[in-house]
Design a protein around this ligand. Structure first.
Ligand SMILES: Cc1cc2nc3c(=O)[nH]c(=O)nc-3n(C[C@H](O)[C@H](O)[C@H](O)COP(=O)(O)OP(=O)(O)OC[C@H]3O[C@@H](n4cnc5c(N)ncnc54)[C@H](O)[C@@H]3O)c2cc1C
Length: 419
């Protein structure tokens, strides 16, 4: 049986390793795994601690689709695959798993060695995929002059990735190949990306552990049946809520909690940041006046230092409210007290936009999942066509969930073909 794998990223390479001989891998880049080399800042956060069931909630609403793939090739099996090829791993306190070398290169090298039974066509972009009399016809552009070639295959695995990280990724060409065979695409959107918000540059570099972030959307009823009050007089319904670490950047906000929320974000949304999480905003707002009045001679600077913020954030909050640090709590007007407390638990960050696909680590949206059999990864529309990795409408939280999804779906597609 002739098998063609389109895309030499983690998903395609894992499929090639499982199928071993008799396989062609088409990769448009000059070498496979270009995005894998960037993963985890070059250290490769390959997976996360836990079992398949722990992983499912980390893929937005589409986790159930991955159930069979994650059970077929769970995190422990993935690590076992690489251990058998000489790699060791370390699990950080936060559950993220990295190769002990802290080098993505070591993961890629092991993967390429495992897939060495396949014939690699690098620098070869697949430009068309058709089915003629039950056989797949693959057309390519190859080499520096873009020579055209034609190959045939009985089974095809489409593992072309999404639109994230445009310069190292696929540019979304896999979507067109799937559409030509009758598949539909859910509008791709950048995910796991930083958010831009004007006016936060003085806070750049300030990071906060385990804080609460709520997303408010204008003209929206409390989405998902959630309730909460929009920050500082802004209108809108509570769309999403999460907690985690946050980092201010020169352009806005980033950090795990922001990256994970970014798949839901729309222009015009406002984030309300609760620096005192897990204290609930309503409870804090009620408790703040007595807290502030406990020692009326205390200055605002002294009061704020009790909340373990950073000096830059204290200055930013007091600057927003135009209240001097030296003012004593006794002189704080009721309205000032209310606004100050609001800034601590509903610090508004209006979202001007996302970093787009250039900075996104993954793509939300992609190949519609109801057209793919989750037990085999085979198309329900074109028999013999399989899918793996980011090309699917699957995007996970940061923390190793995306590479695990790519490896597990690549494994399952290949096993389905092999059996
Ligand atoms: C900066 C960065 C850091 C990341 N860090 C992590 C991390 O630490 N942990 C984690 O879990 N995830 C991480 N991710 C996400 C992870 O890299 C992806 O989820 C994963 O690479 C998806 O694998 P894939 O094989 O589906 O797609 P890709 O890795 O995108 O591979 C697809 C391949 O297909 C090729 N291709 C596309 N179209 C064609 C065509 N028409 N013909 C031939 N070849 C084609 C592309 O050149 C590409 O090499 C990170 C992403 C980025 C951008």
């Amino acid at each position: 049986m002739r098998v063609a794998i389109i895309g030499g990223g983690p998903a395609g390479l894992m499929a090639a390793a499982v199928l071993s001989g008799g396989v062609r891998v088409f990769e448009s880049g000059n070498h496979p795994g270009r995005k894998l080399l960037l993963s985890g800042g070059g250290q490769c956060n390959i997976t996360h601690a836990g079992g398949p069931e722990d992983f499912l909630p980390h893929y937005g609403g589409n986790g159930r689709f991955l159930k069979a793939a994650l059970h077929a090739f769970p995190p422990q099996a993935l690590l076992g695959f690489f251990r058998a090829r000489g790699l060791e791993f370390v699990t950080r306190e936060d559950g993220k798993v990295f190769p002990a070398s802290l080098k993505a290169r070591s993961v890629l090298d092991a993967l390429v060695r495992a897939a060495s039974g396949a014939v690699f066509h690098t620098g070869t972009k697949v430009t068309a995929l058709r089915r003629v009399s039950g056989v797949f016809v693959i057309e390519t552009e190859e080499g520096p002059r873009g020579d055209k070639n034609r190959y045939e295959a009985d089974r095809v695995i489409l593992a072309t990735g999404g639109l994230s990280c445009l310069e190292r990724g696929s540019g979304g060409s896999g979507y067109g190949l799937a559409q030509a065979l009758g598949h539909s695409i859910r509008q791709p959107k950048p995910a796991l990306c930083a958010l831009s918000s004007p006016g936060l540059a003085p806070l750049a570099g300030n990071s906060f552990r385990n804080i609460g972030v709520s997303v408010f959307r204008p003209n929206s009823e409390a989405a998902n049946g959630r309730h909460g009050q929009a920050p500082c007089g802004r209108a809108g319904g509570l769309a999403f809520r999460a907690a985690g670490d946050l980092l201010f950047t020169h352009r806005g906000v980033s950090g795990p909690v922001v990256l994970n929320l970014s798949r839901h974000i729309e222009r015009g949304d406002t984030l309300a940041v609760n620096f005192l999480h897990p204290r609930k905003p309503e409870e804090f707002l009620a408790a703040f006046p007595p807290e502030a009045k406990k020692d009326p001679r205390k200055t605002l600077g002294g009061l704020l230092s009790e909340y373990h913020l950073t000096r830059a954030l204290e200055d930013c909050i007091l600057g927003r409210l135009a209240i001097p640090r030296a003012k004593t709590c006794a002189l704080l007007a009721r309205s000032e007290m209310r606004r100050l407390a609001e800034q601590l638990v509903r610090f508004p960050v209006p979202v001007a936009g996302t970093g787009g696909f250039r900075s996104a680590m993954v793509t939300a949206g992609g190949l519609c999942l109801d057209e793919v059999n989750p037990k085999t990864m085979e198309s329900r529309i074109a028999a013999g066509l399989y899918f793996a990795g980011e090309v699917l409408d699957i995007d996970g939280d940061e923390g190793g969930y995306n590479l695990q999804a790519a490896f597990s779906t690549g494994y399952l597609a290949a096993k389905s073909i092999a059996t």
